[in-house]
Design a protein around this ligand. Structure first.
Ligand code: UT7
Length: 317
């Protein structure tokens, strides 16, 4: 298919919040969080917006790709936690890095980066685009309810980015949406409209953890099987899998069902928590910079989250 990855980059804010820090804020413990989720600490922004972090990840991806921002023809970003609804995170990143191409965001929650990647791949397939920047950038700390122990212990902030170009290394992709707000929703709040009649839903992540958990395992297994079939391989031929970093137990269960050893799954949620749309590109960047990858490796990416949505794709390195 239509693309190759030329360079990747990631950025997380400096401030680290440990499980012990959280146990002084809500009724939780380091032991519960490590056992039930797998997170030890997360990075939290004190002043940087999703766009600020996205711009730093983008700079690193541009450096890795060996191109400059003025060479970009397209920026597609994913986020659910912009500091402003307008301008888009991608438009702010465009300004900060000094690009001049069209830039827009997509929203498919934690699957957003893979939706953005597929969108950019489709633009490249249409023709006329030499270099595109795809990014996931999140400041989830501003939309999490820090008094709700069932959500605030999970999330973290950060950004990740790819520079892509026309190529032949995007072997398969699958996007899925099952619309509905009963399992996972982030309402915006009502503002000060005097005409608003619905019951106020304050800005916060509302999530039914167990329902999301079951959806996640099913979609990882289904998505990875589907992309393997599309590419004419079997999932056990994947050299690495870069999953959305939501919960160690989700990945472990999916790995067992697929019969793939856990060592092939890229894991860093212990250090970053769930950074929503930034989680796959941050993890991919870490894998790419680890020195482990060999030319020709088959790398699957998969994600799931609000929408409900899920996505998977397969690339050849
Ligand atoms: O990226 C978006 C996608 N999101 C996800 O993938 C999240 C998927 N879901 C999960 O990761 C897990 O469901 C959670 C980590 C959110 C929750 O873990 P769980 O094992 O499903 O816990 P639970 O909701 O069944 O709760 C078990 C118990 C409850 O107490 P009782 O009712 O048994 O007394 C909760 O109140 O654990 C309690 N609990 C906590 N205890 C200590 C919930 N959160 C905490 C906490 N610390 N932070």
């Amino acid at each position: 298919m239509s693309i190759q990855i030329l360079g990747t980059g990631a950025y997380v804010p400096e401030r680290i919040v440990t499980n012990d820090d959280l146990s002084r804020m809500v009724d939780t413990s380091d032991e519960w969080i490590q056992q039930r989720v797998g997170v030890r600490e997360r990075h939290v922004s004190v002043s940087e917006s999703a766009a600020d972090m996205g711009a730093k990840a983008a700079q690193r991806a541009l450096e890795a790709a060996g191109i400059t921002a003025d060479q970009l023809d397209l920026i597609v970003g994913a986020t659910v936690s912009p500091d402003r609804i307008c301008p888009s995170v991608s438009a702010s990143v465009q300004e900060q890095i000094g690009a001049s191409c069209p830039a827009f965001d997509v929203n498919s929650a934690c699957s957003g980066f893979l939706f953005a990647l597929d969108t950019a791949a489709a633009f490249i397939a249409r023709g006329g685009i030499r270099y595109a920047l795809v990014l996931g950038a999140e400041r989830l700390s501003r939309i999490v309810d820090w008094s709700d122990r069932s959500t605030c212990v999970i999330f973290g902030d950060g950004a990740g980015a790819f520079v892509i170009a026309p190529g032949e290394n995007y072997l398969a992709s699958h996007l899925f949406t099952q619309g509905g707000d009963s399992v996972l929703a982030i309402p915006l709040g009502k503002g000060n409209s005097p005409f608003y009649e619905k019951e106020e839903e304050p800005l916060a992540v509302h999530m039914s953890g167990q329902e999301t958990f079951k959806f996640a395992v099913k979609q990882i297994v289904g998505g990875l099987n589907l992309i393997a079939e599309q590419a004419g391989v079997t999932p056990d031929q994947f050299d690495y899998i870069v999953p959305h970093q939501a919960n160690y137990r989700i990945i472990d269960l999916a790995a067992r069902r697929l019969g793939i050893p856990m060592e092939r799954f890229m894991l860093n949620l212990d250090r970053y928590g769930n950074t929503s749309s930034a989680s796959v590109p941050i993890s991919f960047d870490e894998l790419a910079r680890s020195g482990k990858l060999k030319k020709g490796d088959l790398i699957a990416m998969c994600a799931f989250g609000g929408g409900l949505s899920s996505a998977a794709c397969l690339i050849r390195w």
